[in-house]
Design a protein around this ligand. Structure first.
Ligand code: NFS
Ligand code: SF4
Length: 659
């Protein structure tokens, strides 16, 4: 599979950046970087031949008798020194990715929960409970009494309950109560309802150690359990607590792309994942004395913009502009206009520091978990977050005053609507008085909407940036599939202008009719990667609303991460699959085809009542697979005929209108 790459890698150093990305702003900056003699991940990807054995996951270095390299062309021709088969080796490698991905999301969620506890106990005063209604809803959803109780009492109970998501030794995590019954039953039968994330990750690390679990079936079970501890655990807690502390997103008009930088302002980028840094930065840049200081320095003011998932969350919560996704983080520094890049955790390329040095843009790390050699560390302490973010602003102002490099900002911005929380989708489709998912289900049952797809995840320099995301989503909506988005993928589509109600004309007749009636875009931006949990909640709500089967696996719903690169993405994929969703990945898949482990992930899991994995590099092939799956589910539900009728009806009507 490693050979099936979208970009043909050239031996010679001459790179045409148009082959590597469809983002015009990024191309402009990469070309400038080339003139300036500056290198980015795009250049390094061309010059770094991916190890083919590693790409197939046919290499094990879990002990010093190895590393052992098996041959993907003859997968059963050889075993490791300890006797491990290709299936064991691949399953263990896969397990380690799931464990790392789950750890990243759950550690993020736990950090949010720490902040929440300290806020509730009054030790942190810079953050507050902003959304009491959401607090009560989340509390009720896991059986906490809210009637006639103080916000503090409810919040403390919620804290104690949610702490179990991480620390619980035995029993089911609290949000298991949100899982549709039949889905939960499938998990229970397989013994994969997560206990606490710490326990699941620990056990998965243990079992994938040399000489422990050497049955790929059994390893896969613990992969599912650990991944579910992320999706229905760590990530879901991160989303819900962030909403409670900082507000539940509602549709908000916002700008994306590099044009959101302003030459005459102090530009600060916040990049990473945890909203507490960004919230504090917002407070700092609105501080009158700091604004005044920026003016003293000759700027028109302070301009804060987001990147990656930090930014994706701020789009829907506050309408803060977003400068670009993962593969644009180095390129944007090339503008020379970035006076500070402030980061916390995850998806932060070490290469940023070097590019920053070339353009006199300092990178500020703020989280004790993430320091980078050559970056300046200014730690954010939640009991006094402004100390950190004020200092970054002051330093940025001084960098503005002493800008040494000519500034070139690509003059491109794209306006779109972001912030479709599952609460809002409910409200939007159901109306004020009967908020529910029933109208969505009705439109699926009557065939106007063929099905629902979650298209999410990273960008990756091994595929043409944004291209697969955009083409896939266009193809899906053209076929009446409603698309929900998060993370870097959402930014790809926002740049392509599809997060607007006007994009409804690109949708098929059924979906466009629904979009026009409701006034919504055919592509709904739901937030950051942890906000994939919103998609899980929406899927559960669809099951509960009725008419589309009894489990998530029955829904005409699919998922995709077409340009994935991170271990977090693999974990997300596994929790979608374990939740019952057919999930297609692009770029590359770290498993050898025609092996037993491959068969299990791509077929076997579905037979056990879960979803399954899919893989395709080409966006059109990917769309075809996803639509075929949706149609299969429609058929099983007996609603395939309704769609034919509605489409016939529509073409009649159009003919009548034309005539
Ligand atoms: Ni998700 Fe967010 Fe982007 Fe990928 Fe990275 S920022 S958590 S991992 S690259 S979508
Ligand atoms: Fe080789 Fe087995 Fe050691 Fe892996 S665990 S490196 S397959 S001997």
């Amino acid at each position: 599979m490693a050979e099936e790459k979208i970009i043909s890698k050239k031996k010679e150093k001459e790179i045409n950046y148009r082959d590597l990305t469809t983002c015009d702003a990024t191309i402009q900056m990469l070309e400038k970087a080339k003139r300036d003699g500056v290198e980015t991940a795009f250049d390094r990807a061309v010059n770094m031949k991916a190890c083919p054995i590693g790409a197939d996951s046919a290499c094990c270095k879990h002990c010093a008798m190895g590393p052992c390299r098996l041959n993907a062309k003859d997968p059963y021709g050889k075993v490791g020194v300890c006797g491990a088969t290709i299936d064991t080796i691949m399953a263990r490698n896969f397990a380690r990715m799931v464990a790392a991905g789950s750890a990243a999301h759950t550690d993020h969620g736990m950090a949010m929960l720490d902040v929440f506890r300290e806020v509730v106990q009054g030790h942190i005063t810079d953050y507050k409970i902003k959304d009491v209604m959401k607090l009560e809803e989340v509390a009720r959803s896991i059986g906490i009494e809210t009637e006639d109780r103080s916000t503090e009492d409810i919040a403390m109970d919620l804290y104690k309950e949610l702490e179990r998501t991480y620390t619980q030794v035995d029993g089911e995590i609290p949000f298991a109560m949100r899982v549709p019954e039949k889905t939960l039953e499938t998990w229970r039968k397989s013994g994969i309802v997560p206990r606490g994330a710490m326990r699941e990750i620990m056990e998965l690390m243990h079992r994938s150690h040399m000489g422990v679990d050497q049955d790929y079936n059994n390893i896969t079970k613990q992969c599912s359990r650990t991944a579910l501890a992320d999706g229905w655990g760590g990530s879901m807690v991160a989303t819900e607590i962030s909403d409670i502390l900082f507000g539940t997103p509602v549709p908000t008009v916002a700008e994306v792309n590099m044009g959101v930088l302003k030459e005459n302002m102090v530009n600060i980028i916040v990049h990473g994942h945890e909203p507490n840094l960004f919230e504090s930065m917002l407070s700092s840049v609105n501080e009158p004395t700091l604004i005044e200081a920026s003016k003293q320095a000759g700027a028109k003011g302070i301009n804060v913009v987001g990147m990656c998932c930090s930014g994706a969350e701020m789009l829907g919560r506050h309408g803060i502009p977003h400068a670009g996704n993962f593969m644009s983080t180095e390129a944007i520094i090339v503008t020379g206009a970035v006076d500070a890049m402030c980061v916390d955790v995850q998806c932060i390329k070490q290469g940023l520091v070097k590019v920053g040095e070339c353009y006199n843009t300092p990178i500020y790390t703020t989280n004790p978990r993430c320091k980078i050699e050559g970056a300046t560390h200014i730690e954010l302490h939640e009991n006094d977050p402004r100390a950190c973010t004020d200092e970054v602003v002051i330093k940025a102002i001084s960098r503005f005053k002493n800008r040494t490099h000519p500034v070139e900002i690509p003059n491109i911005t794209n306006v779109g609507i972001h912030g479709f929380s599952h609460e809002y989708i409910n409200y939007m489709l159901g109306g004020t008085f009967r908020a529910s998912y029933t109208p969505l289900n009705d439109n699926i049952i009557n065939g106007r909407i063929r099905g629902v797809a979650g298209v999410v995840g990273c960008t990756n320099p091994r595929v043409k940036q944004d291209y697969v995301h955009v083409e896939l989503v266009k193809e899906l909506i053209r076929n009446d599939v409603l698309v929900l988005q998060t993370g870097c993928s959402q930014i790809s589509l926002a740049k392509a202008g599809l997060l607007t109600p006007e994009a409804a004309h690109l949708a098929g007749p059924g979906l466009s009719e629904v979009c026009e009636t409701v006034g919504m875009p055919p592509v709904l931006g739901c937030g950051s990667c942890v906000d994939n949990s919103r998609i899980l909640i929406a899927a559960s709500a669809m099951v509960r609303a009725g008419g589309l089967g009894n489990s998530i696996a029955d829904l005409p719903a699919v998922g995709a991460a077409p340009e994935w690169m991170s271990e977090k993405a693999i974990c997300i994929g596994q929790y979608f699959v374990a939740s019952g969703v057919f999930t297609v990945f692009g770029a590359t898949f770290p498993i050898v085809q025609d092996t037993k482990f491959h068969k299990l992930l791509f077929e076997g899991l579905e037979q056990q009542g879960f979803g399954k994995w899919g893989f395709a590099v080409d966006p059109y092939e990917m769309a075809k697979m996803m639509i075929a799956h949706i149609d299969k589910k429609r058929k099983a539900l007996g609603i395939d005929k309704a769609r034919e009728r509605v489409l016939l009806d529509m073409s009649d009507r159009r003919q009548m209108e034309a005539g």
